[in-house]
Design a protein around this ligand. Structure first.
Ligand code: ASP
Length: 375
């Protein structure tokens, strides 16, 4: 059963229109470009920085250490490591938490959601510093739950701790602030700015556990940061097929939680035993299948026999799982399998949790995933 304190609705519940996405500022919307420029005499954009921790906020014991370091810097410390930005924007900052991103749980995710939502009305751009390990998941969640209108939401992290030789954090943070301050970034939703590249948080994934060039996006980078210039390759656009959910959380609720969804990783000789172990404890399952939805027949049969949604995602980093590769008869009533399309297992998990929190039927869940060409 979905958590009663969380009400998840979609902007447009009509599943045939659920790929609705704001492509341009609504007239009169307080965050629209016209209002930001018209209603204030401010010369500089106002930027809110929300600190959550990660390597960008970490210190090691010597300058060559790039593993085994600890989160130890506040936003204020980090701002001291970058050049004076008082000519670029006005900054306010808030330390939401200071943790390694492995510790970003649902309550912290909600705190980040709330920190961003609460800042949208009064800031022209928002920067979130975050550990890179789960940064892409937070960015996906935020794009799926917040309609930021024109206001850029820029996620940033680093791969080297602040104490290391050639630490990448200060430059990454500086770039993220510039990107959030730029009018060119308006109307682009949740962005990730790392290693000079700008990309959509909805699709980007961490693909290298160590190198500075740690993130990749097969759907393409949106732009580049070079010598204080921001070069977007395309006009403002938000991810096609992003299904936007509206979160309403009871103000009295202190603990935020979502329906439980686990991820199973398939492998040679995988058996349905794995499903037996988890199927009664989770409300939904995502499987990182072998190829584009491939699993042994015995595992498929078990999946079809369970009365919970099971999303077929993939182990392969690239490519997608099409509906055509799902087993069984998709016309059957209560058909519970869903193809993840282009979403990787961890993004599929978040999307399935949001659907379950909104009490979506199997068909509605399928429709949501069809936006990313699964379903
Ligand atoms: N373990 C770190 C984290 O995700 C890694 C990083 O930030 O690069 O918090």
């Amino acid at each position: 059963m979905p958590n009663e304190s969380v009400e998840v609705t979609t902007i447009c519940r009509d599943v045939s229109n659920s790929q609705f996405i704001l492509q341009c500022p609504i007239e009169g919307h307080p965050d629209s470009a016209a209002d930001v420029e018209g209603s204030t005499q401010r010369n500089l954009p106002r930027i809110k920085i929300l600190g959550t921790g990660g390597t960008i906020a970490s210190k090691g014991s010597d300058s060559s250490q790039t593993a085994g370091y600890h989160v130890d810097l506040t936003i204020q410390d980090m701002l001291e490591s970058i050049p004076d930005i008082s000519g670029i924007c006005e900054i306010e900052y808030e330390q939401l938490c200071n943790v390694d991103s492995k510790d970003i749980d649902e309550s912290l995710l909600y705190k980040i959601y709330k920190g961003i939502s609460d800042s949208l009305q009064s800031f022209d751009g928002i920067v979130i510093t975050h550990g890179t390990d789960t940064l892409a998941e937070t960015a996906f969640f935020i794009e799926s739950t917040i309609d930021s209108g024109d206001v850029p939401i820029v996620f940033v992290g680093s791969m080297r701790p602040s104490t290391s030789i050639s630490a990448d954090g200060p430059m990454n943070l500086y770039q993220a602030i510039c990107i959030a301050s730029s009018t060119k970034s308006r109307g682009r939703g949740a962005l990730v700015s790392l290693n000079d590249q700008i990309s959509a948080g909805y699709y980007i994934t961490k693909t290298n556990a160590n190198s500075l060039d740690s993130f990749n996006v097969r759907q393409g980078y949106l732009g580049n940061f070079v010598n204080n210039e921001i070069h977007y390759y395309y006009p403002p656009v938000k991810p096609q097929g992003c299904h936007r959910f509206k979160l309403k959380v009871s103000p009295t609720e202190t603990k935020f939680s979502f329906p439980k969804v686990c991820i199973l990783y398939a492998h040679q000789a995988v058996s349905s035993e794995l499903l037996d172990l988890v199927s009664t404890r989770y409300e939904g399952i995502v499987i990182a299948t072998l190829g584009a939805g491939s699993l042994p027949d015995e595992v498929n049969a078990k999946c079809l026999s369970l009365n919970i949604p099971i999303v077929y995602s993939k182990r392969s980093r690239d490519g997608m799982v099409p509906i055509a590769n799902l087993p069984g008869c998709q016309e059957e009533v209560n058909y519970n399998l869903i193809a993840s399309g282009y979403l990787n297992p961890e993004k599929s998990r978040i999307l399935l949790q949001l659907c379950l929190a909104g009490s979506y039927s199997f068909n509605e869940i399928r429709h949501v995933f069809s936006g990313v060409y699964g379903g």
